[in-house]
Design a protein around this ligand. Structure first.
Ligand code: 13P
Length: 286
């Protein structure tokens, strides 16, 4: 059942849980995700980060498949564009039927971020879709491996300011706010130190669901603390891909004789389903 981000986050709010938002780059990931969500009878967000992942597959190829699985899913499912870079990309996702888009203007000045986010909100509204936007920066491609001291300092310097977040929400009318409070995308080189009080302050100042990016590498205990403080959407990708890669390698190494790609695809799906099951259980308290 297809649902907007706004409505899926209402479920999260009512149940005091976070909804897992999983990036997909292949059919195996999509199949694994819907199998895991349906097995746990839990709402789910399937998302595509076009800027980061178009080298693997295009939005026009994977988008219709994401839509098909969400439409026929037994659990509420939102189809979301992650880190939308410009209005053309956002329009393409909305034309495909995506029920939510992120506009990421976090690298821009406050004024430009507000102006482009407003344009994204207006466009998404005309399709009945929701909008996530970002203030502060939790690290983009340049922080693919984060946690070194220079990177730590850069990321900490860009933590979201609660008062500015409140102003941003008022200036834009978005449905969910991506914030920086200590997580980064990709692999952590040193243990992440999360600012739980900041999440709470942002939550109280804005009244909006807080989105955590960079879910890979966060402990189950820290996820629970983030949710208690107001995180309602958790973006997760790298570890599902990493664990699947390790599992496929292990199975292929143990195989006697030929290794066939169709088996590798199934092994990857099997592994991703296990990763998603674990993450969804933690995020939903099941
Ligand atoms: P990870 O790849 O670190 O799990 O983060 C995913 C993400 O935040 C996508 O926006």
């Amino acid at each position: 059942m297809l649902i907007t981000l706004k409505n899926i986050l209402k479920i999260a709010e009512a149940e005091n849980i976070a909804i897992g938002a999983f990036n997909v780059t292949s059919l195996e990931g999509i199949r694994a995700l819907f199998k895991a969500a349906e097995e746990l009878n839990t709402p789910v967000i399937v998302q595509f980060a076009n800027e980061a992942h178009k080298q693997y597959i295009s939005l026009s190829e994977i988008g219709p498949v994401m839509m098909q699985y969400a439409e026929r899913s037994k659990v509420p499912a939102c189809v979301h564009l992650d880190h939308g870079a410009n209005l053309d990309e956002i329009r393409e996702a909305l034309e495909l039927g995506f029920t939510s888009v992120m506009y990421d203007g976090s690298a821009l000045s406050y004024e430009k971020n507000v102006a482009y986010t407003n344009a994204a909100v207006e466009l998404a509204e005309s399709y009945g879709a929701s909008v996530e936007a970002e203030i502060g920066s939790m690290g983009r491609e340049e922080f693919l491996s984060a946690g070194g001291s220079a990177e730590d300092a850069a990321v900490e310097g860009a933590y979201t300011d609660p008062q500015q977040a409140a102003q941003f929400v008022e200036d834009t009318g978005i449905d969910a706010l991506a914030c920086s409070f200590g997580t980064v995308h990709g692999i952590y080189l040193s243990a992440p130190k999360l600012d739980f009080d900041r999440i709470k302050a942002i939550r109280e100042a804005t009244g909006k669901p807080v989105v955590m990016h960079g879910g890979s590498g966060i402990s189950d205990e820290d996820f629970r603390k983030c949710i208690t403080n107001g995180v309602r959407k958790i973006n997760f990708y790298t570890y599902a891909a990493k664990f699947a890669g390790e599992y496929v390698k292990e199975k292929a190494d143990a195989q006697k004789g030929n290794v066939y790609f169709h088996d590798m695809a199934l092994w990857a799906e099997e592994s991703m389903k296990e990763t998603y099951l674990h993450a969804i259980r933690v995020f939903s308290g099941k």
